[in-house]
Design a protein around this ligand. Structure first.
Ligand code: SF4
Length: 224
């Protein structure tokens, strides 16, 4: 289904629950916390986004000119505007699928959306519904994701590729983190792969530290 079809004029839309507005030096940006992408808003995009901050509305209440139509489509293609009646993860999956076929330099392996902390700025604290059920990626799904990433690489193996293991706090799903790291190193030792772990650092056990060191995993510690 194309974005244009999904967003006919009568369709109600809203801002993505993963989008966060940031102001800096009189400019407004949106941060998509799942895609980890930052978009600077032009004046048309600002008008649309800020209008939707007051609540959902119909597409034809947002689009009046060719410029505002283009601005709307740019926000929708980045998953920053979502139809009110769809399951947001399905839309994000579509956007991801549309990008397949291009070459990748980076894959995020989100092994859980759960965390043992509750940082104020995080989507876990601010956007998830009260009855949200946290989940853990299985070892099988993690391996399928890694295989998919490798299958979509071009033959140019000189380019450094990154697999970033992330969450939530990934070490909530410790066994899958360990197995994924070992799988990448054992199955794809011929690829020029860099592995990164983004963690809040509170759950690094001696066993985990040993696996990270032996497999040359870069670690980024992030929390607030
Ligand atoms: S440690 Fe990271 S994932 Fe956990 S609540 Fe803080 S920002 Fe969110």
């Amino acid at each position: 289904m194309s974005l244009e079809l999904r967003f006919n004029g009568e369709k109600k839309v809203r801002n993505s629950r993963f989008s966060f507005s940031i102001f800096s030096f009189a400019r407004q940006y949106l941060y998509h916390s799942l895609f980890m992408a930052i978009t600077e808003l032009d004046s048309f995009q600002k008008e649309i986004y800020n209008r939707l901050c007051k609540g959902e509305c119909k597409v034809n209440e947002l689009i009046f000119t060719e410029e505002s139509k283009k601005a709307f489509e740019r926000l929708a293609r980045k998953g920053l505007i979502i139809a009110s009646d769809v399951d947001e993860p399905d839309v994000l999956r579509d956007i991801f699928r549309n990008s397949l076929g291009t070459d990748f330099a980076l894959m995020y392996l989100l092994v859980t959306d759960s965390c043992n902390l509750r940082c104020k700025y995080c989507f876990i604290e601010t956007t998830l519904p009260k009855d949200h059920k946290f989940s853990l990626m299985t070892e099988e799904t993690a391996k399928e994701g890694i295989d998919l990433f490798i299958r979509n690489l071009t033959t140019n193996d000189n380019i450094k590729r990154n697999i970033c293991i992330y969450g939530g706090e990934p070490l909530i799903n410790r066994e899958v983190v360990h197995k994924s790291i070992e799988y990448i190193r054992q199955s794809y030792s011929d690829k020029n792969l860099n592995i990164q772990l983004i963690t809040n650092g509170t759950l690094i056990s001696p066993e985990t530290a040993k696996i990270l060191a032996e497999n040359r995993v870069d670690i980024a510690v992030s929390f607030l």
